[in-house]
Design a protein around this ligand. Sequence first.
Ligand code: NAD
Length: 369
Amino acid sequence: MSERNAARRVRVWEVGGGRQSPHIRLGALDRRARVAEPIGVAHKVKTDWAGRRVLVAGGLGFLGGALVTRLVGMGAQVRVLDSLLPHFGGSPTNIRSVAERVEVLVEDTRNRDAVNRAVRDVDTVFHLAGAAGPDTGAGDFYFEIDVACLGTWHLLAAVRCFAPSARFVLGSSHLVYSPDCAAPVGEESHTGPDTIFGAHQLAAEAYSGVYGRAHELDVVIARLTTVFGPRQRLHNAAFGSLARVFDSALHGEDLRIPGDGRQHADFLYVDDAVDALLALGQAPGARGLAVNVGSGQSTTALAAGEAVIAAVGRGRIRPLVDGREESEPTGRAFVPDLARLRSLGVSAPIRSFEDAVRETAAWYLGRPT
Ligand SMILES: NC(=O)c1ccc[n+]([C@@H]2O[C@H](COP(=O)([O-])OP(=O)(O)OC[C@H]3O[C@@H](n4cnc5c(N)ncnc54)[C@H](O)[C@@H]3O)[C@@H](O)[C@H]2O)c1
């Protein structure tokens, strides 16, 4: 194979710098992926959502859809506000099993009137409307600023006016922390993002904190690590996401791992992320806090890649040690301190990282686990 062709076959994992994902046809893969549903497990977090009125902004996305599905299963009255713009991972299929019991507003958080209508009379707001992570394909900073900042502001202002006692849970990211923080990184650690995405998340956090304190709102900030699982989109997946690893493996392509591959990351299975969000949606002690949300199962980039390749049955690791890749922010190590999360009643995940990877691979491959 020529150098050029070999380079084309290499998919990049955790390498930023504005590079776009190569276009890949996923038709066949997607069709098969619709066959299998994720296997349910007993969830450890006990929260009572029966009869609660909940707004999930971004509720047709990967994370939002999983949350909506679980909330409906627990008897909540769920309203979704989602723009379904193509830059994001939103799809009605993400709530397919409960769609008839959900009120869906295909609207944008940048539309203040729509947000006011959506927030009216709810008990809880989960704000998951935004980019999943760095470089997900929008490529327009003004648009991203509007979604991250204006969208969050509209939601906060609407909560103040139309649902002042509602809990407001902001889906934020570990990328708000400075890359220089020593592991494990606690919530009081230095913030100082080195990605635009992280800067947007930190701005949304700041608005939520300042506005929440000024108007005595019940705000909680969930700083999620890297979430993965069934239904996460492969095309234009965020840099640093496990979806990029799955994408490479599923297409039998080389998987480039930045640095020496020994940097530790925390990958959080979507069911466990939902558990944590549900807990943060109700735990009285969470009010006013930023809370790290992770699995606590620290995994090296190399081990994560190997687990995906083993589960998918194809793909090949090609570690890269060169200056550029090593310096990319999403290739850096991150291990969260989860003491605060645990103190709020969210225990460690039931399944291992490898089992969660197998379950995810099975979904992508469309075969039952
Ligand atoms: N997936 C992760 O690993 C991860 C990690 C940390 C934080 N988060 C945060 O969680 C949220 C959801 O992530 P995801 O992985 O589900 O992404 P996703 O792209 O799958 O879902 C985002 C959803 O938000 C909707 N949306 C985007 N902008 C909107 C707007 N202006 N108005 C209304 N709806 C809008 C999209 O249509 C989509 O359905 C994001 O805010 C992200 O920053 C995700």
